[in-house]
Design a protein around this ligand. Structure first.
Ligand SMILES: Cc1ncc(COP(=O)(O)O)c(C=O)c1O
Length: 398
């Protein structure tokens, strides 16, 4: 088949071979038969490829770097063990239990960076005893943390540049101007406050957004320049942490910011500071390495809408219902088949908002058919719930 005829999702993880839909080297139908559905399948080789590509992109600019995998994206133990086996990947943890999870998985405190929201004194006490490095974004947390006489007295300050990037079209996906990070105007006071309380600021942190787009280029450059300007005021600066944000395609006409361009933007903004560049990729490392295999439970027509109900729901994967982000939906029986029908894809809990897609062009579907939702490796299983006791699913590393 000529390359041009293949859909965008046909790649390293999900691909069509001899008319059969595969994840890695395994056929979707056999995976579903062996493990049942709903089934999250993760292609380990794609994850390690992404780690290597990220290291290479930063190294190309001569930037000393550190990758902290954002555990919140996917904490499936075999996947975390795979990342651990890479040796040069740490963990970005956002809660005491994530720290504990990372320690149990074999990461040392020095390999764990903590950036969290709404830290209680109990949370801070746990971090303080763990010896992990912590990025903070409020005066209250700085003061309470310092009072605990933490083992690790160096901290980072997290900045909200106020510049909206990525999927940031609504309050569920935007990272600018919300609850996270301090305003640039408050940075100097936080720096002074930390020092007055005996803490050394060594890191400036920012997480610009989720799913950075190619069209965000100028905004990212502006946001990074603002962070660099703040960083220049930090006497003991060792690290700029640029958070996560690199994404991938969700549907055919997406244009995500490329890895090479991202590394260039990082180098342009921070290269002159001669410090370590830390980053916290979640989506970039695991999203496109994962697919969710589901079964069509029933098919019906109502008020002119053709529905296909599946054996999963917004408790299995929240992308559509919570964030309003689309998945590609592929019929396993006929992955390249004529998409001559339109289906709305419903989840199986008793909530009217439990809908994965509306009027999506697909081949004819029947109960028992398998569908693949893609990409599904990030913020899928890790955000699952058991609403209506319908939250069962299996995960495998393929
Ligand atoms: C502080 C921080 N770092 C890293 C990440 C991971 O982001 P992404 O999945 O976009 O790489 C997030 C996501 O919420 C975050 O809040």
């Amino acid at each position: 088949m000529p390359q041009a005829a293949l859909p965008w999702w046909n790649g390293r993880t999900l691909h069509v071979q001899h008319d059969s839909l595969r994840i890695g080297s395994a056929c979707v139908e056999s995976l579903a038969r062996e493990h049942g559905t709903p089934l999250y399948v993760y292609h380990g080789a794609q994850v390690t490829d992404r780690v290597n590509a990220m290291h290479a992109a930063l190294a190309q600019h001569g930037l000393p770097s550190r990758i902290y995998y954002a555990l919140k994206a996917n904490r499936f133990a075999p996947l975390v063990a795979l990342l651990r086996s890479q040796g040069d990947v740490g963990i970005d943890a956002c809660s005491p239990r994530e720290i504990a999870y990372a320690l149990d998985a074999g990461f040392s405190p020095a390999e764990i960076s903590v950036t969290a929201s709404c830290l209680s004194t109990r949370d801070l006490s746990y971090v303080s005893q763990s010896g992990c490095h912590l990025n903070l974004d409020t005066t209250s947390a700085i003061e309470r943390y310092a009072a605990l006489q933490p083992a690790e007295r160096r901290i980072g300050l997290r900045v909200d540049t106020g510049i909206e990037t990525g999927y940031g079209v609504n309050q569920k996906t935007s990272y600018a101007r919300g609850k996270l990070g301090m305003m640039p105007e408050d940075f100097d006071a936080a720096l002074l406050g930390a020092s007055a309380h005996g803490l050394t600021v060594d890191t400036v942190h920012t997480h610009l957004g989720w799913g950075l787009r190619a069209s965000d280029d100028a905004l990212i450059a502006r946001a990074f320049a603002l962070v660099a300007e703040l960083a220049e005021r930090v006497p003991a600066l060792t690290t700029i942490n640029v958070g996560g944000g690199l994404g991938g395609r969700l549907v055919a006409d997406d244009a995500p910011l490329g890895l090479e361009r991202w590394a260039q933007l990082v180098a342009d903004a921070f290269g002159h500071l001669k410090v370590t560049i830390a980053c916290e990729p979640g989506t970039f490392l695991v999203a496109e390495a994962g697919a969710l295999v589901v079964e069509v439970a029933s098919v019906w027509q109502k008020r002119g809408v053709q529905w296909a109900g599946i054996d999963a729901n917004f408790g299995t994967n929240l992308y559509a219902a919570h964030y309003g982000l689309p998945h590609e939906i592929i019929a396993a029986r006929s992955p390249l088949g004529d998409a001559a029908h339109e289906y709305s894809i419903a989840g199986n809990v008793n909530e009217s908002g439990d809908v994965f897609a509306r009027d999506r062009a697909l081949p004819a579907l029947d109960a028992g058919d398998l569908l693949v939702l893609y990409p599904a490796g990030a913020y899928g299983s890790s955000m699952s719930s058991d609403h209506c006791l319908r939250g069962n699913f299996t995960e495998v590393l393929a």
